[in-house]
Design a binder for this molecule. Structure first.
Ligand SMILES: [Fe+2]
Length: 294
């Protein structure tokens, strides 16, 4: 299936790198108005101390205010397992609608069980303002944007196309970084390969923006590439790698990976749309650690 693209629209894209989690958050500006979207904002956590803070989100808020922008959308490409979402904090200050893929309900069902959440944890995606289905469009100012379902890393992963820019979440990394793991619950290496092909079917000159970069082989952090560059040079899927080759490689590699350091707090907060778990009867909030549960 192919989708209409608007390559003539070139939004200004500003990346905000979070060194603690190697995440890149974005402010995407409609070139024809003051409207913008924020993609994958981060909330800071000192997990050892159980302390959260908002320096990263405050940088994004300051940028939006300094440039006189209005925030139309907060987009989560998926339920992240390696950082906490700063979306509710930004939304409270600047407004905008919070959107994620419709399969969030599968992720909520899975991790609602893992963390033995009670009935007060809604598994219907109602923590979000919008649940995107494959191909759904929405507007940032006058710019028509489109959500593409790109599962494999997780069932709810979406790639968001805004003009000539696409925010790929954790489908692809930079060409020398390859691809994201596919071994979380609901993940699947073959499905990830198919989703990557879907991203690579966008026009060659599409600008691709990564959710993560780890600076492989000591290079500086980078987060922008193109479809053509990924097709030619991606070390996991480029240059005509077959589905079978990719699945064999990805499966073997994933078996050796440790859990992300922040997976336990990240899932509990991000499956709630970035909200903290409800306070107990003393007014305090807690995160759980399931023993041998992941
Ligand atoms: Fe992820």
């Amino acid at each position: 299936m192919s989708y209409a693209t608007h390559m003539e629209i070139r939004p200004d894209v500003t990346g905000f790198f979070d060194a603690a989690t190697n995440t890149i958050s974005y402010v995407v500006q409609d070139p024809a108005s003051t409207a913008c979207a924020v993609v994958d904002p981060v909330m800071d956590i000192d997990y050892a101390a159980g302390r959260i803070s908002h320096a990263h989100a405050d940088d994004i808020i300051a940028f939006i205010q300094k440039n006189g922008l209005t925030l139309d959308w907060l987009i989560e490409t998926h339920v992240h397992a390696d950082h906490l979402s700063g979306a509710p904090y930004i939304q409270e200050k600047l407004g905008g609608k919070l959107g994620i893929g419709a399969n969030i309900i599968i992720v909520q069902e899975t991790f609602g069980k893992v963390f033995n959440e009670g009935t007060e944890f809604q598994r219907d995606g109602s923590q979000f303002d919008q649940l995107f289905e494959d191909g759904d469009t929405y507007r940032v100012g006058g710019m028509e944007c489109r959500a593409l379902h790109t599962p494999g890393h997780t069932p709810a992963c979406m790639t968001h196309v805004m003009g000539d820019a696409a925010f790929v979440g954790d489908t692809l990394f930079m060409p020398d970084g390859g691809s994201a793991r596919a071994d979380f619950p609901g993940g699947d290496a073959g499905t990830l390969y198919d989703s990557i092909q879907k991203v690579l079917s966008l026009p060659d000159e599409t600008r691709l923006f990564m959710c993560h970069d780890y600076g492989p082989n000591g290079r500086d952090i980078r987060w922008e590439t193109t479809v053509a560059d990924e097709k030619a040079h991606n070390i996991h899927v480029g240059n005509g790698t077959s589905r079978e080759e990719f699945v064999a490689f990805r499966t073997a590699r994933d078996a050796k990976l440790d859990m992300p350091k922040l997976i336990i707090p990240s899932l509990q907060i991000n499956m709630r749309g970035g909200d903290l778990p409800p306070a107990d009867d003393t007014g305090k909030r807690f995160l759980k650690v399931p023993i041998n549960g992941l």
